[in-house]
Design a protein around this ligand. Sequence first.
Ligand SMILES: NC(=O)C1=CN([C@@H]2O[C@H](COP(=O)(O)OP(=O)(O)OC[C@H]3O[C@@H](n4cnc5c(N)ncnc54)[C@H](OP(=O)(O)O)[C@@H]3O)[C@@H](O)[C@H]2O)C=CC1
Ligand SMILES: Nc1nc2c(c(=O)[nH]1)N=C([C@H](O)[C@@H](O)CO)CN2
Length: 235
Amino acid sequence: MTSPILITGASQRLGLAMADSLLEEGNAVVVTYRTLRPTIEKLKDKGATAIYADFSTEQAIDRAIDDIKAASESYRAIIHNASDWAQEKDHADKHSLFNRMMNVHALAPYRINLALAHSLSNQDGFSDIIHMTDYVQDTGSEKHMAYAASKAALHNLTLSFAKKLAPHVKVNSIAPALLMFNEGDDEAYKQKALKKSLLETVPGAQEAVKAMHYLLNSGYITGQTLHLNGGRHLK
Ligand SMILES: NC(=O)C1=CN([C@@H]2O[C@H](COP(=O)(O)OP(=O)(O)OC[C@H]3O[C@@H](n4cnc5c(N)ncnc54)[C@H](OP(=O)(O)O)[C@@H]3O)[C@@H](O)[C@H]2O)C=CC1
Ligand SMILES: Nc1nc2c(c(=O)[nH]1)N=C([C@H](O)[C@@H](O)CO)CN2
């Protein structure tokens, strides 16, 4: 079995779907979680290694890096999926909000990539880093300003790491728009959100799973963004 693939924030939704798909394909998988859900136990039953990781502070990021390095001497790929979709209106302390967004979405991927750069290996070809960014990396967001800025920072790290880690490592962004609704999204929100894209659909987690496999199996894509947005950029 080749070196494991690391997926951060895999206890639910897209991260869980990506981890499940990689396990079903026979890959070794290491996941991080912040909330211990039954889904994590199920991933462990399928052979995954699970590591607790909170990326909201510098000290917690340090601890996570130590645990990730202890879990495997080498990695086939790193998928930075962990994310906190926070709105300004819900956080009075904007300084704390901005720092937390940057820690989760930019500092943690930056520090983990640097720490594991020499541990990325694939006897069959390229290794990979995938950054889960967001459609708003290019547009900003009035309601999620710090979040959007941190996703733009993450995408810029895609460009820098693509240059720094070539030719052995491919580094790409996957920039979704609406792939899945959240619990509590009411019908009015759903109808309004659907109209934001040309295709007017919400495809679900498998759209991200397919994009992940495409990048992992590509032999000539690096420094790119796979936009999964249903044509929203043309609306
Ligand atoms: N779903 C969508 O439609 C879209 C998704 N994306 C991006 O795709 C990726 C996956 O999306 P989705 O599955 O909806 O993501 P989620 O909102 O489900 O978040 C993924 C995981 O991130 C973890 N997380 C949140 N904050 C922290 C933290 N401070 N430290 C460590 N882990 C943390 C959570 O862990 P836990 O639950 O264990 O606490 C959560 O399970 C994200 O990067 C997201 O920004 C972008 C645009 C649209
Ligand atoms: N961490 C998360 N990031 C984002 C989510 C989410 O559920 N978790 N959802 C979105 C929305 O689907 C947005 O794209 C709708 O326009 C964005 N980011």
